[in-house]
Design a protein around this ligand. Sequence first.
Ligand code: FDP
Length: 302
Amino acid sequence: MNQMTINHYLTEIKQQSSSIDSELCSLIEMISNSCKIISYLVSRGKISGILDNVNSKNFHGEVQKKLDVMANQILLETNEQLECLAGIASEEMENVYLIPNHYSKGKYLLLFDPLDGSSNINTNSSIGTIFSILSIPHSSSKMLGNAMLTTEKDFLQSGDNQVAAGYAIYGPQSQFVFTVGTGIVIFTLDREVDSWIMTHNEIIIPEDTQEFSINTSNMRHWDDKISSYIRNCIAGETGPFRKNYNMRWIASMVADVHRILMRGGIFLYPWDKRNPNEPGKLRLMYEANPISFIIEQAGENQ
Ligand code: FDP
């Protein structure tokens, strides 16, 4: 069987689309390499001592585990030297990281959640890494010699501007899922050859489904519309939808969304009354935007 690697795939689509350049391809490949290292650490678990808490919280107030910190460092250090990035933003860092002057810079901005679902690390459940890639907006780009300069403001773009997005899922199989706006591809890590191998192409989310995914223990905090929708799902054949539904909640968005990519369903983490001044638990730039791009690309009309 001819095995398609990420490098082969990117080389092919670069020839087909003028909006995909070599820098973007190298960046995606390097992110996939970082995820390979993280996958290895995750799979060794307690043996590599990465499950312990470190004595710090991230700036969202969440207790960090050694693995959160290491995954962040791996993504940062492997990608900063690539010569195609101007800056990096991470859920684990308070400020954006501008590529230091001793490295060459490029036009891309990389945003990531190094370890999504990290409350599950100790339970040996699936967790993941989410990433999003933007370009420095033309209007704001300033040059220093040949290098583009960037500021925090350049990161604050609409999700529609993403040039690529994806995630790695570390489960029974490790998989790397991404889009450059031409559909979804999935690569599975073959540890025997230490390579991501394409296993799924042209993914379309099945239209018909019997599953919804939401943390129903928060129901009392939701607004009326969400509560009523979920009550209708729970009512099954006896309710207005006249259909029985099943509920699944892994508490790791990457794992819940991956299941939906494979067999359909809906995932919700709605705003709730516990933090009325916040728009919701999921972070727009590192979680909601990239996952939305993936889901959009897995729609029927692509
Ligand atoms: P986590 O905090 O463990 O990183 O985005 C955060 C997230 O996980 C999602 O992956 C997951 O769907 C959700 O939070 C789980 O939240 P609850 O524990 O409130 O159910």
